[in-house]
Design a protein around this ligand. Structure first.
Ligand code: SAM
Ligand code: SF4
Length: 334
């Protein structure tokens, strides 16, 4: 048996999400503030070589699954080289990527050929105008064409990430469910999370539990069955009887998934976050040249990982900063 990264609560960690850039071609309302963000300077961002070394080190520590994210990962000019180099690492058996889909028409096939086996595409609405509003300027047709290209290429799995927000797209849930009838995709309904600036402002008004999807299916008389999807982390997955695709629920707020959390996140500027919500992070970029120090830092971050984000508040004697992260979602990677 190889190495296993385990935290204080016995949770094994085999899944690493690497944000390869904090920059993005969109400005989604739930992810970035309206005024935009000051992006990290180029020299603060991990280079291709650093990302590959980092993943290599993690693979020695027991990580087998990697997701590349951002910001928008496909705006990095060397993204295909990063993918190929990670895909060539013998221990990494699952390489996935999360994208806003804008560049997929051109990049779906090269990504697959370079070694991405699963793809998540963020798409919150099928309505042109609403898409333009939610993303502050995005073009829905481009994403739909990107999705078509990805479906043609034949990834092992394609998921659509739908952040459900009251008054924004909650009336489109049925359309997304219907989309699963004829399309080999998993539509993932994600609860809106209070990360970064939205924690203080729009979050309370926009939050909606995703369990309401079941009531919609019942109203329609659709029979829903649970299904298993490999490598699926916190999502619970279901299929409407007769549908080609599936749907999944990610409910970090209404139903905490922390007990089974198997993931670590590295930000584009090289910090390891063991928990999405809290401020605690350790700098890995500075120890990339020394595996022993690297391992020590990773274990230090795991020791800081709280049991869950509410438990942390119940432990005044703990070493947690008890401050939510200052980062916006685009600076973490989701
Ligand atoms: N730019 C890529 C994209 O949009 O897919 C990758 C990065 S984005 C930060 C990763 C995921 O985080 C997306 O699916 C996005 O919808 C989700 N996300 C961003 N802000 C969120 C929030 N406040 N609550 C829930 N999900 C969020
Ligand atoms: Fe960019 Fe993705 Fe955030 Fe939208 S969700 S602003 S596409 S990083």
């Amino acid at each position: 048996m190889g190495n296993v990264l385990t935290d204080r609560f016995g949770r094994p960690h085999d899944y690493l999400r690497v944000s390869v850039t904090d920059k993005c071609s969109l400005r989604c309302t739930y992810c970035m503030p309206e005024e935009g963000l000051a992006f990290f300077p180029d020299e603060a961002i991990l280079s291709k070589e650093e990302i590959v070394t980092l993943v290599q080190h993690f693979s020695r520590l027991g990580i087998t699954k990697v997701r590349l994210t951002g910001g928008e990962p496909l705006i990095r000019k060397d993204i295909l080289e990063i993918v190929s180099a990670i895909a060539a690492l013998p221990i990494i058996n699952d390489l996935s990527l999360t994208t806003n889909g804008l560049a997929l028409q051109k990049l779906a096939r090269p990504l697959k050929e370079a070694g991405v086996n699963r793809l998540n595409i963020s798409l919150d609405t099928f309505n042109q105008e609403r898409y333009h509003q939610v993303t502050r300027g995005g073009n829905l047709n481009r994403v739909l064409k990107g999705l078509e290209a990805a479906l043609r290429v034949g990834f092992d799995q394609i998921k659509l990430n739908v952040v459900v927000i009251q008054g924004q797209n909650d009336h489109e849930l049925l359309d997304f469910l219907r989309f699963t009838f004829d399309n080999e995709v998993t539509v993932r309904f994600i609860e809106y999370m209070p990360i970064g600036g939205n924690a203080q402002t729009s979050w309370q008004e926009g939050y909606l539990g995703v369990d309401q999807v079941f009531a919609l299916c019942e109203e329609k008389g659709w029979l829903v069955e649970p299904v298993n999807i490999d490598g699926n982390g916190p999502a619970k997955n279901y299929q409407i009887k007769g549908a080609k695709g599936r749907f999944g629920l990610i409910h970090p707020i209404s139903c905490q998934f922390c007990a089974t959390c198997n993931r670590l996140r590295v930000t584009a500027d090289g910090y390891l976050k063991a928990c999405l919500f809290w401020e605690d992070e350790v700098h890995l970029r500075s120890v990339l040249k020394d595996f022993v120090l690297f391992e020590k830092k990773v274990k230090q971050a795991l020791m800081l990982k709280p049991k869950n984000h509410e438990m942390a508040l119940d432990q005044p004697e703990s070493s947690f900063s008890e401050k939510p992260t200052w980062r916006h979602m685009s600076q973490i990677g989701g």
